[in-house]
Design a protein. Sequence first.
Length: 354
Amino acid sequence: MKLFIPGPTNVRQEVLQAMTKSLIGHRTKSASELQKNISMNMQDVFGSKEMVLCSTSSGTGLMEGSIRSCTSSKAAVFSMGSFGNKWHKIGISNGLHVDLYKVKEGKHIDANFVEDALKKDHYDFVAITHNETSTGVCNDLTEISELLRGKDIVWAVDGVSSVGGVKIDTDELGIDILLTSTQKCLGLPPGMAFCTFSEKAIEKAKNVKLRGMYFDLLSLYKKILEKDYQYPNTPNISLMYAAEVQTNYMVHEEGLATRYQRHKDLANIVRNWAKENFALFVEEEAFASDTVTCVKNTRNIDIGALNKFLGKKDMMISNGYGDLKNETFRIAHMADMTKEDIEELLYEIDQFIK
Ligand SMILES: *Cc1c(COP(=O)(O)O)cnc(C)c1O
C-alpha cells in the first residue's frame, strides 16, 4: 500500500529490515552509541547544536513534555487548526495556565498577531505549530523569531509534519524546543519522537516544580549527560535501529538539501494539480505547506468512494481532518516519496473524476 496520508508514511525496505536485528540491553555501551548516532544526525536535521532528546512516544508526548516542563506562570498557545488546539488542551489537562490564540482555519499565524497577544499578559512559554497538518498551512518562523528574540520566553515549535521535509534552522531562529515524530517526514514507523532542548529551556525547567515523570524533559536531558546518551526508561530499541539507518541515509546519502528540494518539487506538482482541478484550502499560497496539501473539495466528490477506488490500486489519501471532513481532502507529499509516486496518484485521481 502506498500511503499518501500525513503519517504514517511509507518506510523504506532497508529501514524496516533494520528493525529485525536482535535486541541489546538499554544500559550497554552499544545502546549509548545507538542513541548518540541518532542524536548527532538529528542535530543536522534540526539545524541545532543543542542536545537532542529522544522519547519513546509519539510527538504528542513531547508536546505535553515541553509545556509541562517549561512553564511556571502562564503559557500562550498559537493555533491555526486542530494540532494547535490540541496543544492548548494538553496544557489545560495538566492544570497549567494557558491562553489560546487562534486564527481561522486556512490562515497562518503572523508576527503581528503574536505581538498583540504577548502584550496581554506575562507569558513565559509560547507554543506555535510550524506546519498545520489539518489545513496544509505552514508558518514563516523568521518574523516570529525576530519578535521573540531576547525575551524571557521559552519558545516551543511543533514540527511534527515538517521536520525532515522542510529546512528549519532551530538555533539561528532561537527556537528553544523543536519537536517531531518518527512517522511523518522522517519516513520511519510510528513510536518515537525527538526534540531540541536549549540552554534557556533547561534553566526554565529547573524552576518548574511539577514536571511530571515520563515526559519530564529535564530528566531526559540529565540522563543523557549522566549515562552518555542513554534513556531513563526502556526505549524502543528496534525503532532506534531503524532511526539510525534512516537518519544516516537522510543526512549522508540523500543529503538534506536534496531532500528539502524534493519536498518542494513534489508540493509544486500537487499544488498545480489542485489549482487546476479543485482549489487550495490555504488562503495565501505563500504559506502553503511543502509536505501536505489540503485541497478544497470544490467538485463535491465523494472522498470515501475516491479512497475505495484508490485502494484497489494500493493507494490511500486522507479525508479532511475534523470539521473539514469531505469539505477538504489531503494529499501528503512527505518522507521518501518520489515524483513518480505522486504522478501515479494524481493520474488515478484524474481517472476517478472522469
Ligand atoms: C501528527 C501531528 C501531531 C501528533 O503527532 P503524534 O506523533 O501522532 O503524536 C502533532 N502535530 C502535528 C502538526 C501533526 O501533524
